[in-house]
Design a binder for this molecule. Structure first.
Ligand SMILES: Cc1cc2nc3c(=O)[nH]c(=O)nc-3n(C[C@H](O)[C@H](O)[C@H](O)COP(=O)(O)OP(=O)(O)OC[C@H]3O[C@@H](n4cnc5c(N)ncnc54)[C@H](O)[C@@H]3O)c2cc1C
Ligand code: SF4
Length: 418
């Protein structure tokens, strides 16, 4: 198999941690049916461990939780002092509605959270809410990503392909003195996906053949924070994204590295679909994800200790306000080179614990005492249905290293330890 071949070439491929509710031992009890359209698609049988399944639905079981749908928040208003958000203005079904609460948590992701703050200008906050530092909207990051297809000489019959990761080039090494990034498998290409992506007319059998022989990879390199990579609003209030590539050479090296590795590998397993030479024709297609690919957006409302250089304090509360939190991908000060969701989730749990005594008027104090240690994060991630065997120590430590790095970067930015 590909994993064996990669191992034989000296790499250490590992199983990706996946948030899907698959019971391999008792398949008849498994919510996940291992279908062909997992990656990038909603799950039609509710088997993904996503926010909807793991958090929103269980929360709605409580009588004191209300979910308001179809509402677009357009502005946050403050009291005369500018320290407290008093009204949340939303458009809903063509009407304006207002909401209020002791605590307001913005969680619209990096672009829309910064946009909401920038739109919420008032006398006390002329540059936008929580923006006395001027950093709101700045340091936009979204990873350098490439979708990479290697065309195998024989058909690839894999149904569920997003299972392997390679971190051998994550840190600097002797070959190239800088980190290159992370490689993982991607959901399997299909005729329709390829056609939509390429957009060019071609005979059906062309896309069919490519889809059948494709082995798909996703390559991620770190996007470095730059103040001029920025979300702003133009005169008409439309969102503008200014962006210059920050770490392009690392990503180029990573793409080349994967090509080199795949050129070399052989598979001696006679039952393996890939025969003796996995990629006999050395056919590779790679496409860098363009600016519009904002899936991994982060960094526009950064946290830190210093109100001069960050919008949020280390608990993700706005430095400039007493009751406003921003809890989503925008708090990142660096992006690492792995998928962002686990870090976003871990931080949300951490901030939730910090707010717990206030939100619950002091009842579950034991929860508030829980610390932000690797152990508690690990156990909570398990509760989020990450399968135990996929959450092995090595993989978990990779994730912890990425979190630790981010916290260290924050310390570097702010000049003091978090
Ligand atoms: C196709 C795709 C595949 C991905 N695959 C992976 C993966 O495999 N692993 C991984 O780790 N990450 C993956 N990601 C990235 C991951 O989904 C994001 O990093 C993560 O969801 C960001 O979380 P968030 O809380 O910042 O924002 P989101 O999850 O985007 O939540 C923001 C919410 O705010 C709402 N909103 C926005 N503006 C407003 C407003 N003005 N008023 C009211 N509501 C508003 C949005 O509708 C949305 O529900 C993928 C992303 C995409 C698009
Ligand atoms: S979409 Fe993913 S989680 Fe849902 S059944 Fe298919 S493979 Fe399983």
């Amino acid at each position: 198999m590909l994993a064996d071949a990669l191992q034989q070439s000296g790499l250490q491929p590992f199983h990706l941690p996946m948030g899907i509710r698959l019971n391999e031992a008792l398949r008849h009890k498994s919510p996940c049916i291992r279908c062909e359209t997992c990656d990038g698609f909603p799950c039609l049988v509710n088997a993904k461990s996503d926010a909807h399944i793991m958090c929103v639905n269980p929360a709605l079981e409580h009588s004191n939780v209300t979910l308001v749908t179809n509402a677009k928040v357009t502005k946050l208003e403050t009291d005369a002092s500018g320290r407290t958000v008093t009204r949340v203005i939303a458009e809903r079904n063509g009407q304006t509605e207002t909401f209020s609460g002791d605590i307001v948590v913005v969680s619209a992701s990096a672009i829309n959270s910064s946009v909401l703050l920038l739109k919420s200008v008032n006398e006390k906050h002329p540059e936008g809410l929580a923006n006395s530092s001027g950093v709101v909207g700045r340091h936009y990051m979204a990873h350098h990503n490439t979708a990479f297809i290697a065309l195998s000489g024989v058909p690839n019959e894999t149904v569920f392909q997003k299972t392997l990761g390679i971190n051998d080039f994550y840190l600097s090494n002797n070959e190239w003195g800088y980190p290159m990034g992370h490689i993982q498998m991607l959901g399997k290409s299909t005729h329709d996906l390829l056609k939509a992506e390429v957009g060019a007319p071609a005979p059906r059998f062309t896309y069919d053949w490519i889809a059948k022989h494709a082995i798909d990879f996703w390559l991620t390199s770190e996007d470095l924070p730059h103040p001029d990579n920025r979300v702003t609003l133009n005169r008409d209030g439309e969102i503008t994204l200014d962006y210059k590539v920050t770490n392009g050479e690392a990503h180029k090296q990573l793409v080349q590295k994967l090509k080199d590795v795949l050129h070399k590998i052989h598979c001696n397993d006679k039952v393996c679909y890939c025969n003796n030479h996995i990629f006999p024709d050395k056919l590779f297609l790679d496409r860098a994800i363009p600016l519009a690919g904002v899936a991994h957006q982060c960094g526009t409302v950064r946290f830190g200790n210093d109100p001069q250089t960050s919008a949020l304090d280390i608990n993700c509360k706005a430095h400039d306000l007493d009751n406003l939190y921003v809890v989503d991908a925008s708090f990142f000060v660096s992006s690492g080179a792995v998928n962002p969701s686990l870090t976003i989730m871990a931080n949300a749990l951490r901030v939730g614990d910090h707010r717990c005594p206030v939100l619950t008027h002091g009842r579950p104090r034991a929860m508030a005492r829980r610390t932000n240690t690797a152990r508690s994060m690990k156990s909570r991630l398990r509760k989020l249905s990450l399968r135990r065997d996929w959450c092995s120590k090595a993989k978990f430590m990779t994730w912890v290293a990425s979190c630790t790095r981010m916290f260290q970067d924050s310390r570097d930015v702010t000049g003091s330890r978090l």
